[in-house]
Design a binder for this molecule. Structure first.
Ligand SMILES: NC(=O)c1ccc[n+]([C@@H]2O[C@H](COP(=O)([O-])OP(=O)(O)OC[C@H]3O[C@@H](n4cnc5c(N)ncnc54)[C@H](OP(=O)(O)O)[C@@H]3O)[C@@H](O)[C@H]2O)c1
Length: 253
């Protein structure tokens, strides 16, 4: 287990799934935590569970003013954030684009794209000024490989992939690192959220497949952050063994 007692790790979407697993993993490595999401009670329970100092921030990542206020209002012990895990996000709907919900699209773009930008804009200047930091973005295999009904979600995660690479270019010469983690199928509440609470439909997504778990991803995030300071993992794509990229869609007559 790496010793991360010098790190202050700000995790968005820490109330569930991959974000909560990251909090537990970084907590086990001794890091101080800032836990952000909308569901405060879950964050508070997690803050009590981890055996490290943890600050809870109730935050809707889509609300730019709230993001700025949350970052400006960090207690002194948590203010010098060294790691930002931009994890808040997800998919909504699986309809073909011509039948899709504009409200779902807006929420996906506002969270996965704009929320990630707001958090990064608020926390990155401190990292650059201190010449130390790591931005870990939670992209997705969906950002590289299209699938039917993925449309806007795939596009949003393609944005995360490209933005992460561009950030690396912006930050070259500083010691601030950037990593895009790109998981495939991972069993969390992701599908429950995507299908607007339809538990049976969500269950079928993982039926008969040994999917990744949130802990598998958290372990990789911890791995990237705990590399020696001169090492930057740009992109890390990971899938369950029972999933592979490359299927082309063919509709036969
Ligand atoms: N599971 C997969 O198969 C998979 C694969 C590739 C990538 N990912 C990505 O991994 C990330 C985490 O997803 P997950 O699988 O852990 O799903 P999850 O269990 O549904 O967790 C999503 C987290 O994001 C938070 N969140 C959503 N909207 C938010 C908002 N507007 N403001 C603040 N927090 C918000 C949720 O917290 P609140 O609801 O409490 O706000 C929750 O903590 C997402 O970016 C997702 O796109 C997932």
């Amino acid at each position: 287990m790496p010793d991360l007692r010098d790190e202050i790790v700000f995790i968005t979407g820490a109330s569930a799934g991959i974000g909560a697993a990251c909090a537990r993993a970084f907590g086990a490595a001794g890091a101080r935590l800032v836990l952000a999401a909308r569901r405060t009670e879950r964050l508070e329970a997690l803050a009590r569970e981890v055996r490290v100092p943890a600050h809870v921030v109730t935050l809707d990542a889509r609300d730019r003013g709230a993001v700025d206020r949350a970052v400006a209002g960090l207690p002194a012990d948590f203010a010098a954030v060294t790691v930002l895990v931009n994890n808040a996000g997800g998919a909504l709907g699986l309809e073909p684009l011509h039948e899709g919900s504009v409200e779902d699209w807006e929420e996906m773009i506002d969270t996965n794209v704009k929320g990630l930008l707001y958090l990064t804009r608020a926390l990155l200047p401190g990292m650059v000024a201190r010449d130390r930091g790591h931005v870990v973005n939670m992209g997705s295999a969906a950002g590289s490989y299209p699938y039917r009904g993925g449309n806007v979600y795939c596009g949003a995660k393609a944005f995360v992939r490209q933005l992460s690479l561009c950030l690396r270019a912006d930050l070259v010469g500083s010691r601030v690192r950037v990593t895009d983690i790109e998981p495939g199928l991972c069993a969390t509440d992701f599908s429950l959220v995507r299908f607007h609470g339809d538990a049976e439909r969500a269950r079928r997504v993982y039926e008969g497949v040994k999917a990744l778990g949130a802990d598998d991803i958290a372990e990789l995030v911890l791995f990237c952050v705990s590399r020696p300071p001169h090492v930057n993992i740009n992109t890390l794509e990971v899938m369950p063994v029972m999933q592979a990229p490359g299927a082309l869609v063919v509709k036969r007559a």
